[in-house]
Design a protein around this ligand. Structure first.
Ligand code: GLY
Length: 426
């Protein structure tokens, strides 16, 4: 079986790693891939997010399954074109991916389907924003409607900040993605991600995970794509988990009732409020870096699960998980999430992987012909450790981190620290 994985981050390295250990022994291609996927797959360069190029390449190269990592190609309909060409693809059609591609659509969908979420209004003028914010108050969350590479979200503590964020977005700071702005109630509580496999009918939840989005220790500094993550989240109660699963089942059923058979991964970003979990956002794909802790804990053959999703027979598959914890620490380039340099030589990866239970996923690297690995992105490596307990996984991850270095490397030292301090999962 020949599989093409689209994407080139830590998520895709984790997907390629899990597919490479499948009993089906697939031949894997990854576009564009990175220095880590190069060891397990053939990296190929297919033109960006262009769905027509991707479908054409897959057809010419006799690909049996395309696995779509990032949201960009999903939103522009790569799965639609692949399906039309008769090539099975893992990921939703554009109509399903719209849940991630338009925050206003997602909020309207939640409202129509009575799915718990914060109050909101989508606005395209400063006047509407003034009226709604006067009623909602602060803190408030201001989001560009469309995909803005993780940059279109402001948590505003004052009314002038909120109005300023609306104005910047409407003035074109995020291009067309910000021409419509969603203003939302700020929800209080811990964040929790719950990802599910779904074939549009059956929903199979993964483990809970908690991402750390801010750049610096203590949740300080600017937002990033994610600086570290752990799974499962010890603090989540069975009742909270059941509620999140119920909401994702309700989401899939709601989509179906609106004519959308959603296949792939549906990612619920939740806030665990005092009134129960509420949806902060949906993503139409595996999370990054959540995938780097979820897939190492998945016992089920990932390819079996993906094929069952694509073929609409997920009811036949029960997911099984290791009775263990995983912690992943992101090593980033100096300056990230702002500007940063690339091409720095990375040392110590092999030494880090000698720590029991550790895998180093490459997020932004290249590999020279002589094997030298260099930085090539903002997030560079995801150092992931699996262990019987959360405390041990965390300690292994940081032991492995201490063995890696590159010029300018920075990382958070407190991934999972709050849970540990609370005595959870020890
Ligand atoms: N971890 C957040 C995301 O994947 O968007």
């Amino acid at each position: 079986m020949r599989i093409l994985v689209l994407g080139g981050g830590g998520r895709e390295h984790a997907i390629v790693t899990a597919l490479a250990r499948s009993a089906h022994a697939p031949e894997i291609f990854c576009s564009p891939g990175n220095g880590g996927t190069a060891a397990l797959a053939t990296n190929v360069a297919i033109s960006g997010d262009d769905p027509a190029f991707i479908a054409d390449w897959a057809e010419r190269n006799s690909i049996d399954l395309v696995v779509v990592g990032p949201e960009g190609p999903l939103v522009v309909g790569v799965v639609n074109l692949l399906e039309a060409a008769g090539i099975p693809a893992f990921g939703p059609l554009a109509a399903g991916a719209h849940l991630e591609g338009s925050k206003a659509y997602a909020k309207d969908f939640m409202e129509r389907n009575a799915i718990p979420t914060g109050r909101y209004l989508a606005v395209d003028s400063n006047e509407e924003a003034v009226g709604f914010l006067g009623d909602l108050g602060v803190p408030a969350v201001v989001k560009a409607d469309g995909l803005a590479a993780g940059k279109g979200v402001t948590v505003a503590m004052t009314l002038p900040d909120a109005l300023g964020a609306v104005r910047e977005s409407l003035d074109g700071m995020f291009g067309p993605a910000g021409a419509l702005v969603v203003i939302e109630e700020f929800l209080e509580g811990p964040e929790c991600s719950l990802l599910t496999f779904t074939d549009g009918e059956t929903v199979r939840p993964m483990l809970t995970a908690q991402d750390h989005k801010r750049a610096l220790d203590g949740d300080a500094g600017p937002n990033t794509g994610g600086m570290g993550v752990y799974a499962p989240v010890p603090a989540v109660t069975p009742a909270e988990r059941d509620a999140m699963v119920g909401i994702l089942e309700q989401t899939v059923a709601g989509l179906r009732s609106e004519g959308i058979v959603y296949k792939g991964v549906l990612y619920g970003g939740f806030i665990l409020t005092a009134d129960g979990p509420k949806v902060l956002e949906y993503n139409a794909r595996f999370g990054d870096p959540e995938t780097q802790v979820l897939l190492p804990l998945l016992e089920t053959d990932l390819l079996d699960a993906m094929l069952a999703v694509v073929e609409g027979r997920l009811a036949e598959v029960d997911l099984t998980w290791r009775d263990a914890s995983a912690v992943s620490v992101v090593l980033a380039s100096g300056g990230y999430p702002g500007t940063y340099e690339t091409g720095k030589v990375i040392t110590g990866i092999e030494d880090a992987e000698r720590v029991e239970g550790v895998t180093v996923y490459h997020a932004g690297t290249t590999r020279d012909p002589d094997g030298t690995v260099r930085t090539a992105g903002g997030r560079v490596l995801d150092v992931t450790a699996v262990a019987p307990t959360f405390a041990e996984a965390r300690s292994r991850a940081y032991e492995a981190v201490s063995r890696i270095s590159f010029e300018g490397m920075h990382f958070r030292t407190d991934i999972g620290a709050r849970a540990l301090a609370a005595g959870e999962g020890v």
